[in-house]
Design a protein around this ligand. Structure first.
Ligand SMILES: Nc1nc2c(ncn2[C@@H]2O[C@H](COP(=O)(O)OP(=O)(O)OP(=O)(O)O)[C@@H](O)[C@H]2O)c(=O)[nH]1
Ligand SMILES: [Mg+2]
Length: 301
């Protein structure tokens, strides 16, 4: 037990690079919502991986970006705060894209973090890049860093180099007993993950502008006597026109969202789910701090 290592690893990066996909892949089970659209993750969430020799606590964060809403400010704040007090910082970038302005801003934030916190630069989505182009791409990202970083290329969806990444992260973690029970995989409640999986289904089924204005509140979450889980939730949108889109012709869209979400929630909890969804308008809520607060997104002054 003396050799046991345990570390908090903050995963930081711009939206859509695959941070949540990576956490799910490393844990081997889904705890975080994932979608092809940016700004999927809205709150810090822990993913806990315990082996015989180590415990890694991943802090999944919202992608850092230039905010256009107050909600965006909250997302950046969540990401920035997650850097405090961690043992390792993992900067995740998209190997299939050149560094953007957002990447440069993240690099300058990382340059300001304490020198002693080890930094890993991981280029995800290596499956999308020819091997001979990877090195140059990594160098382009490294160029904006003024700190030393360990560099690795990975693919979260193709399971490439994930074992090597884990090994590296463990080696950078301090010798310390585990913080959490070995059975615990996250700090989020099933109820909150369910809300996120419903939002994920919205992001995946809906196109363009609507998805980002979606907020989900779980109104009821109860286990029935037959072991079935009964969930009632409200999907909030910002405008009347969006309500129509979410419901769809003859209720088709809402049905698709509901059945996609139900499948994910059933898989997570390993039991049958009965899911009831309704849609409500909460005007312009992404700029309304008190409405945001009700979804648990609180801006600090
Ligand atoms: N080809 C490929 N796609 C990937 C890989 N990892 C993630 N993706 C895809 O990238 C998209 C974004 O993934 P997320 O995990 O939601 O990204 P994120 O960084 O958590 O995004 P935010 O929460 O919005 O900051 C999804 O469509 C994933 O399937 C990878 O290794 N290869
Ligand atoms: Mg995410």
């Amino acid at each position: 037990m003396n050799e046991f290592r345990s570390g908090f690893v903050a995963i930081i990066g711009r939206p859509n690079v695959g941070k949540s996909t990576l956490v799910n892949a490393l844990l081997g089970q889904k705890i975080a919502a994932v979608s092809p659209k940016p700004q999927t993750t809205r709150k810090r969430q822990l993913g806990i991986l315990t082996t015989e020799l180590a415990q890694l606590v991943f802090v999944d964060t919202p992608g850092m970006h230039n905010p256009r809403h107050k909600l965006g400010r909250f997302l950046n704040q969540e990401a920035e705060e997650s850097l405090e007090g961690v043992d390792v910082i993992l900067w995740l970038v998209d190997a299939s894209a050149r560094p953007t302005d957002e990447d440069k801003q993240i690099a300058s934030l990382l340059n300001r973090t304490p020198r002693r916190t080890p930094l890993v630069l991981a280029a995800n989505k290596m499956d999308l890049v020819p091997a001979e182009a990877l090195t140059a791409r990594l160098e382009a990202y490294q160029a904006s860093l003024k700190k030393e970083a360990q560099v690795i290329s990975i693919s979260a969806t193709q399971n490439q180099n994930l074992d090597q990444l884990l090994e590296l992260l463990v080696s950078l973690s301090p010798m310390r007993p585990p913080e959490f029970d070995e059975e615990q995989v996250t700090d989020s409640y099933e109820r909150d993950i369910a809300a996120d999986l419903i939002r994920e289904a919205c992001l995946q089924q809906l196109r363009e502008e609507v998805p980002h204005g979606v907020g989900v509140r779980v109104d009821e979450f109860t286990e029935r006597e037959n072991g079935m889980l009964y969930i009632a939730a409200t999907i909030f949108v910002e405008r009347n026109s969006q309500k129509g889109i979410v419901i769809g012709e003859g209720g088709k869209m809402l049905k698709a969202i509901g059945s996609a979400a139900r499948k994910e929630i059933e898989e997570m909890g390993g039991r049958k789910v009965f899911l009831e969804l309704r849609v409500k308008v909460l005007k312009d809520w992404r700029n309304d701090e008190s409405a945001m607060k009700r979804f648990g997104y609180k801006i600090k002054k």
